[in-house]
Design a protein around this ligand. Structure first.
Ligand code: PAF
Length: 281
């Protein structure tokens, strides 16, 4: 496996090896990322190449303090990448990625307004610009994103559609701890009591999914089921959002029979904000 830090070197990789599969990350890699890289390896097979980008993207942080405190662990990340089957790790410096006089931006004006975007103005524009750059720099034929960040995935699909970028976007299934809790570097910040009850996020979404499969299609009823369950726990859970939305447009859905829908939640366990989602039938 090779570490590449310069854009020029990355752009000049011989284009013979296809498929060329990219896994964009911000580093601090955990088992969830390692599964994304393994998925990329499967798609690339032994003929193609797997590139993992490790770049804490400053333009997607709305608070400088969050950017400064974002965990950095390059040595460990390189081991995770190599073990999971990456061929190249692209790790540019911020001033290599962003010209100091840059004046072009990418603005998403619909899908990024709700859910996680409602409280993070500009975040998804930052994600869009950095991913556009990665797609151009790596000349990837495929890119793998986790379904856990399903709003991000929907926005990336929209980016590729609207800007006619020749790349196939693959959504990889959410990796979960045995308890059902979606893997996230934030899980480490949960207190032991909150960690005990945090899997209820997934369990409650599953309850809604099951009711939906039994024929309950009204979104209000399904959402009430989830929020009642979470509010009955012996720990305090603050729901940031709980929505049933169209998988492609992210518009709220009143009746799940009308659109292919997904139920999505963000909730605070203590001061740790966790997200999860499940597609409904
Ligand atoms: O999901 C992430 O880690 C980031 O948003 C991404 C896609 C790597 C862009 O910086």
């Amino acid at each position: 496996m090779k570490l590449i830090q310069s854009i020029e070197e990355m752009q000049n990789l011989p284009s013979l090896n296809t498929p060329r599969v990219l896994v964009p990350t911000m580093g601090a890699l955990h088992k969830g990322h390692s599964e994304l890289i393994k998925k990329a390896r499967e798609i690339a097979s032994d003929k193609g190449i797997v590139i993992v980008s490790v770049f804490a993207n400053p333009t997607q942080f709305d608070r400088q303090q969050d950017f400064d405190s974002y965990p950095k662990s390059l040595e460990k990340d390189l081991t995770v990448c190599e073990t999971a089957g990456a061929d190249f790790v692209f790790h540019p410096a911020a001033n290599e990625m962003y010209h100091e006089e840059r004046s072009i931006s990418v603005n998403e004006s619909a899908l990024s307004r709700s859910l996680c975007g409602a409280t993070r103005p500009g975040h998804f524009d930052g994600v869009c610009i950095v991913c556009t750059k990665f797609f151009n720099i790596t000349k990837a034929s495929h890119a793998v994103f986790g379904q856990k960040d399903f709003q991000q995935l929907a926005i990336i699909r929209r980016l590729v559609r609207d800007l006619n970028i020749a790349i196939k976007i693959i959504g990889a299934e959410t990796v979960r701890e045995p308890s059902g809790l979606a893997m996230s570097s934030r899980n480490l910040n949960l207190t032991s009591k909150n960690k005990e009850y945090a899997p209820s996020l997934f369990l409650s979404l599953n309850m809604a999914k099951q009711e939906n499969a039994y024929g309950v299609n009204d979104s209000q009823t399904l959402k009430a089921l989830v929020s009642n369950h979470l509010h009955s726990l012996p720990v305090e859970v603050k729901i940031d959002y709980l929505e049933i939305v169209d998988v492609e447009t992210l518009a709220p859905v009143k009746n799940t029979q009308d659109n292919p829908s997904v139920i999505a939640i963000a909730a605070f366990f203590g001061d740790v904000r966790l997200i999860d989602n499940l597609p409904l039938s």
